[in-house]
Design a protein around this ligand. Structure first.
Ligand code: DSN
Length: 451
């Protein structure tokens, strides 16, 4: 490695050295995690492989600064550089998504959604969101979250073709007259029609929130239509397809200066107040730096090719499953997600997930539409291609991935819904296949693992 050129470089190296000397236990765990990521095929649809330049922002001294408030209007001194970082992140978010307003402080996409809910609703108000089982999110009205406990949530789902049932969403809206309609998905492999959702919201004078957490990169690249001027609010996390630090982002398009409910300023002004001080204190400035770095990446010309690769791989992955006789939900994919029904293999989603992980393929169990099994068991698995695109995989590699997955699933002997064994020969073949693919398509942005 070359001599450190800056205080930042010396700081990072000193930090790693101090960690090794002073906390070898934690150091080793972190080193093992680095090794694990290099040696597995990570296909969890809600994960990605952030660039080292984004991750290193998280390890910067920006973390030390307490900076309640917003750039130029802080409640603490010492924020000269912090203000520059946050303004950069705001400007980049606005530019990448064509937004008129951006707040980069939410610590998670969940809190970003909650901020929007509390901006336009009071406790007990009606909310219309996509049901979790159909591919929505906990924060879209599930009883397990604030969204379904504080607000009176009703849901819409999928039609008989497993596509979003816009007619049912409209019927639900007309019957229940929600204050907020939420669209956006976590396990839906097809395009979302934002315009239709705005028509549904407008029909009952509701606000519309588009949660693009899973597809933000495709939206940024113009591969999926943008909701920014259809929805009143657009939220996303910044660590999946934006490849930045962990956290959330709230944006508003053309409606940014519309009056907020209760005549208390504009929508943009109300979001600012609801993020801080209503919901959060001092934001995580290291994460904001890392968000700024991720946003620069997705705003760069080279990201278009990454985004296109995400979709090409997903289509090839879905096609390879179909070729092998699996039921792929909706029959294919338009984004990074592929959801596969594993019932015909005689196994549960959780056993499939665990067996695949045993062999180095990381996916997650997922309920399929109208699933009879609970979320802890499920009848399906969800796969995603954000990480594989960073490995610069090619569509033909997806055939090999599915061959390996099929070999494993064929070799699983299910003992109960949560217990299984894998035929040793199938496991050995799979491990060899995963090692071969990881070597062929390494994470080129990370230094190789040394033993
Ligand atoms: N919503 C969860 C998922 O999609 O996996 C976490 O982001």
């Amino acid at each position: 490695m070359s001599e450190p050129r800056s205080n930042l470089e010396r700081f990072v190296l000193a930090g790693v050295e101090r960690l090794r000397e002073q906390d070898p236990v934690l150091y080793e765990i972190l080193d093992n995690e680095y090794r694990r990521q290099a040696n597995v095929l990570s296909m969890v649809a809600s994960s990605s492989i952030a660039d080292p330049s984004a991750l290193i922002c998280e390890a910067s001294t920006a973390m030390n600064v307490t900076a309640e408030g917003y750039p130029g209007r802080r409640f603490h001194a010492g924020c000269r550089h912090i203000d520059q970082i946050e303004q950069l992140a705001i400007d980049r978010a606005k530019e990448v998504f064509g937004a008129k307003f951006a707040n980069v402080q939410p610590m998670t996409a969940t809190s970003a959604n909650e901020v929007v809910m509390f901006t336009v609703m009071q406790a007990g108000d009606k909310l219309l969101g996509m049901e979790l089982d159909s591919g929505g999110h906990l924060t879209h009205g599930s009883k397990a979250s604030i969204s379904g406990q504080v607000f009176d949530a009703v849901g819409y789902g999928l039609d008989e073709n497993e596509r979003i049932d816009y007619d049912s969403a409209m019927r639900q809206a007309l019957e229940h007259r929600p204050k907020l309609v939420i669209c956006g998905t976590t396990a839906y492999a097809r395009e979302v029609d934002w315009k239709k959702f705005r028509e549904i919201a407008d029909a009952v004078d509701a606000f519309l929130l588009a949660d693009i957490t899973h597809i933000a990169g495709l939206v940024a690249a113009g591969i999926h239509p943008s909701p920014i001027d259809h929805a009143h609010f657009t939220t996303t996390c910044t660590h999946k397809q934006l490849y930045g630090g962990r956290g959330g982002l709230i944006m508003i398009g053309k409606d940014y200066d519309q009056p907020a409910p209760g005549g208390k300023g504009t929508l943009a002004e109300m979001i600012q107040k609801k993020v801080f001080p209503f919901f959060q204190g001092a934001p995580n400035q290291s994460s904001i730096a890392s968000k700024a770095r991720g946003l620069a990446f997705v705003g760069s010309p080279e990201f278009k090719a990454v985004a296109q690769r995400i979709v090409d791989l997903s289509r090839a992955l879905a096609g390879a499953f179909v070729e092998k006789g699996y039921r792929v939900i909706t029959g294919g994919s338009d984004n990074h997600i592929v959801v596969v029904d594993v019932r015909e293999k005689g196994i549960t989603g959780v056993n499939a997930e665990k067996a695949l992980e045993d062999c180095g393929i990381v996916v997650n169990k997922n309920r399929i539409p109208f699933d009879q099994r609970p979320p802890s068991i499920t009848s399906g698995i969800r796969l995603g291609t954000n990480g594989l695109a960073i490995r610069e995989m090619e569509p033909q590699d997806m055939v090999e991935c599915v061959d390996i997955i099929h070999d494993i699933l064929q070799g699983v002997r299910q003992e109960s819904d949560t217990k299984y064994s894998i035929e040793p020969a199938a496991r050995a073949r799979a491990e060899e296949g995963v090692a071969r693919l990881c070597k062929l398509r390494p994470i080129t942005t990370y230094p190789p693992v040394v033993d």
